[in-house]
Design a protein around this ligand. Structure first.
Ligand code: GRF
Length: 202
């Protein structure tokens, strides 16, 4: 069975969707390690509840990236755990080329917009403020350029006239949970083929 390592900084709702799918045997993988750069992150408490090895690793002095030594420590822990795929689930720091070269095409992320529209923070709010009619979410492989790696799958979430940032975010997150699990299932079955920027589902 393929082994996943999950990185997160936040509440961990995508982690829960993945862990529940694993538990009900809808996703044939093993989550072997959860790492967080935030000591009191919800994702760590949730990993404990699921009985999954988890650990806080202090990020160092930067705000949007890991300190280089620390980043190598993350890589070491993931490799030591025999991780086949690194799953970013709300991990709020960019990963640098050296880390990514150790896991080429083996780091996935979910972003709350239809990329390449609205990269960056609070993407659902960006879509709403822009006046877009559709928002959504994107699962993609991670490359050094933020939110710009090869797109694997997307889901559309229509924006309603009475939406607020909060109501829209709730509907997008619901789709994220479904889409991430489905994409990971395809990956676990060896059904994703990457050719340059294009990912096809076999
Ligand atoms: C998600 O909305 C995801 O799109 C973004 O970070 C958020 C993580 O949420 N990358 P959660 O911690 O999984 O609830």
């Amino acid at each position: 069975m393929k082994r996943l390592g999950i990185l997160g900084s936040g509440k961990g709702s995508n982690f829960v969707a993945i862990a529940e799918a694993v538990r009900r045997k809808a996703l044939p993988v093993e989550i072997v390690l959860v790492l967080s750069d935030v000591e009191n992150a919800g994702i760590l408490a949730l990993a404990a509840k699921f009985g999954i090895p988890h650990r806080y690793v202090a990020p160092g002095k930067f705000r949007t990236k890991l300190e280089p030594d620390v980043e190598m420590e993350y890589a070491r822990l993931l490799q030591e755990a025999g991780v086949d795929l690194v799953v970013l689930a709300g991990f709020m720091r960019v990963l640098k080329p050296l880390f990514l070269s150790l896991f080429e095409n083996r780091v996935m992320n979910i972003h709350p917009s239809l990329l390449p529209s609205f990269p960056g923070l609070e993407a659902w709010k960006q879509a709403l403020d822009y006046g877009a009619k559709c928002a959504g979410c994107t699962v993609h492989f991670v490359t050094p350029e933020t939110d710009a790696g090869p797109i694997i799958q997307q889901a559309v979430v229509p924006i309603r006239v009475d939406d607020t940032a909060e109501t829209l975010h709730v509907r997008i997150q619901k789709e994220e949970h479904r889409l991430y699990v489905e994409t990971l299932r395809l990956w676990s079955e060896g059904r994703l083929r990457v050719e340059g920027r294009r990912v096809s589902i076999l």
